[in-house]
Design a binder for this molecule. Structure first.
Ligand code: CO
Length: 433
């Protein structure tokens, strides 16, 4: 990519926007709040699960569950054409604050945490961290939720010096309880955490009844490499797919199919929650759409039979130092375009039919496509596509963008791939199968 060309400026500005969106979204709650803001700005109407739905007004709608999962949809002109569903996840691996987190040790004040999801421990050390999430408050009349982001360098998890463990570079088994508790201050700061949180939330400390707060890495996203062709940021898995899916939805043209963006929480812990892909959120929303539109149970089944889902979650790029971990042939590279994932045991949902749909979109729209297979001797990961399929069964393909250092608090991907995914999502919403 030649620098300074119109195309390179477009690619750079799409990637820059992604990095800004991720920086503003340290937790799944912030992801949903920021998507909500963009949807409202684009004329989408907010629905609540606890209220009746009226879908007469033209345009798009959205609904949230638990403030951490969100489904947006734009009804199509021909209901029997079905749904085009782009599904991704709002959460990323992190360390979550336990109850009564302040822990005094040797004159230091540390915070008691436990792990959320399959995080890589080592990169959480020796970098500025902070806290974000939500608090639930009681103002005397009702409970309400407030987002919190302590927007400054607040915490650190210091490494043990090599002088005390000469074998540190030969591998180390981390104890979350012993090694991963961040330093918050000294003994004199005891009691400060709750006042810092309540001040940030704009409420009195005694109003806060409970909280869901997570550590997050403070590093900002950056471009790097000889041609600045790579980018790094916290939470690329899976916010890269989230924000590209949203951009695709907002720039696609209304068509016959109902376009749906599903952003599920809790993929990193198996999806088995009320708001996760294994819960009933998506099935419930489809039922509400069909019911509010006055369609019969049979018409609903016809719509679902004609539907296609894309399960979009980032994929592993081949690591230059560990090519032995990759399939000998089907090994994606950063900036190589959309990654179509296959797994014979159906951890990835892609099959011949759904692969053909993805290939056709990429061929018709000149979007580069590459393939991921696990090395045949490795189990590999899984994602939300096959889990969602147990609740609502549609033709589904698993895709993603190639990245390195998955589940590190600072991951790397290809800057050009952002544009590829936005273009793919846009084209997918219009596809007729
Ligand atoms: Co993921």
């Amino acid at each position: 990519m030649k620098k300074g060309t119109k195309k390179s400026t477009e690619i750079r500005s799409a990637a820059r926007k992604l990095l800004d969106q991720i920086a503003a979204s340290p937790t799944a709650y912030h992801v949903c709040a920021n998507i909500r803001r963009e949807l409202l700005a684009n004329g989408y109407r907010e629905l609540r699960e606890s209220e009746p739905w009226e879908l007469k007004a033209p345009g798009g709608y959205f609904v949230e569950r638990n403030d951490s999962s969100l489904i947006a949809f734009f009804p199509g002109s021909r209901p029997s054409a079905g749904y085009r569903v782009f599904a991704c996840h709002s959460d990323s691996p992190a360390l979550k604050l336990k109850e009564s987190p302040e822990l005094e040790q040797e004159g230091y004040l540390r915070l008691n945490v436990e792990k959320y999801g399959g995080l890589l421990c080592a990169p959480w050390f020796d970098r500025p961290l902070s806290l974000a999430g939500r608090v639930i408050t009681d103002d005397g009349t009702e409970l309400s939720t407030r987002l919190v982001n302590i927007d400054r360098d607040l915490l650190m998890i210091p490494s043990l010096a090599i002088h005390f463990n000469r074998e540190a570079n030969d591998g180390y088994k981390y104890s979350i309880q012993k090694d991963l508790l961040p330093v918050f201050g000294d003994a004199a700061d005891k009691g400060q955490l709750s006042s810092l949180i309540s001040r940030t939330a704009g409420v009195r400390a005694e109003e806060i009844l409970s909280q869901d707060l997570y550590l997050y890495a403070r590093d900002r996203g950056t471009f790097w490499g000889a041609g600045e062709q790579y980018l790094s940021s916290p939470r690329l898995d899976d916010q890269e797919c989230v924000w590209c899916g949203l951009a695709g939805l907002l720039t696609s043209d209304p068509g016959e199919c109902t376009r749906v963006l599903c952003v599920f929480d809790n993929e990193e812990v198996g999806s088995g929650t009320r708001q996760g892909a294994a819960g009933t959120f998506f099935a419930d929303v489809l039922e509400r759409i069909e019911e509010a539109s006055g369609r019969s149970a049979e018409e609903r089944q016809i719509a679902i039979a004609n539907s296609v889902m894309i399960s979009a979650d980032n994929a592993h790029a081949v690591h230059p130092a560990h090519i032995d971990k990759a399939d000998p042939v089907n090994r994606p590279h950063m900036n190589g375009g959309i990654v179509l994932k296959f797994s014979a045991n159906q951890k990835y949902t892609t099959d011949g039919i759904s692969a053909a749909i993805v290939r056709k979109i990429c061929r018709d729209h000149d979007i580069p496509l590459q393939i991921f297979h696990n090395h045949s001797d490795l189990a590999g990961g899984s994602t939300l596509g096959n889990i969602s399929g147990t609740q609502v069964s549609m033709t589904t393909a698993d895709i993603g963008l190639a990245q390195l250092a998955m589940h590190s608090p600072y991951e790397s991907a290809g800057a050009e791939d952002v544009t590829h995914m936005i273009r793919f999502a846009r084209a997918f919403f219009d596809v007729i199968s």
